[in-house]
Design a protein around this ligand. Structure first.
Ligand code: HEM
Length: 168
């Protein structure tokens, strides 16, 4: 069982690095390059790379949810703990709640970005990249993307504190 637990933590951290690394590459490399006119067909480039990364991202979410649940189980957490005030008030219990709430928010923000605002932005950019609508949709998509980066940083911090305790 210990080998399975170690494998689960390894897979968990790998999925986290693929998702966060991919998001930061998009935000720090691809989007600024496109903004500087890097590609004559930014809309196609953004749509195709965005759709590919969307699939990778959701695959990571499935892996993170499964391995995360197993990691919690391997650490002795049971569903009944979520009804015990003593556990919910403990630093570990509070960190689990913070982590699960942040993960739920990531799923909601990603769904809005990947399936609503993102496709709307690439369509508007394809129609007329300089139109007010394209600019507004692009701003909304960028805002959601950046909010997800902040949530990702919170999730990694919560993961580290689940294992090593809180610094306060
Ligand atoms: C986007 C989502 C997530 C990210 C980026 C993430 C990131 C991480 C990272 C980086 C660690 C390693 C911390 C360390 O060893 O210092 C970790 C550990 C952990 N994560 Fe997550 N995680 C995510 C989602 C989840 C979810 C949904 C759960 C629970 C259902 C979860 C439960 C855990 C547990 C229990 C550990 C401790 C593993 C151990 O026992 O060493 N994580 N997480």
């Amino acid at each position: 069982m210990h080998a399975l637990y170690v494998f689960s933590v390894w897979l968990h951290i790998l999925a986290a690095t693929v998702w966060i690394g991919g998001m930061l590459f998009l935000v720090l490399v691809i989007v600024p390059w496109l903004r500087r006119g890097g590609s004559s067909d930014a809309a196609v480039f953004l749509r195709e790379t965005g759709e590919r990364f969307r699939n990778v991202g959701w695959a990571c979410f499935v892996i993170l949810a499964i391995t995360g649940t197993f990691n919690l189980w391997a650490r002795g957490v049971r569903l009944s703990d979520f009804t015990r005030a003593e556990w919910l008030q403990s630093p570990f219990g509070k960190m689990v709640i913070v982590k699960l709430s942040a993960f739920l928010l990531v799923l909601l923000v990603s769904a809005a970005h990947d399936f609503v605002v993102g496709p709307r932005a690439t369509r508007a950019i394809a129609d007329d990249p300089s139109s007010p609508q394209a600019r507004a949709e692009r701003r909304r998509a960028a805002l959601l993307g950046r909010f997800n980066v902040l949530l990702a940083l919170l999730l990694v911090a919560a993961g580290v504190m689940l294992v090593r305790g809180t610094p306060w």
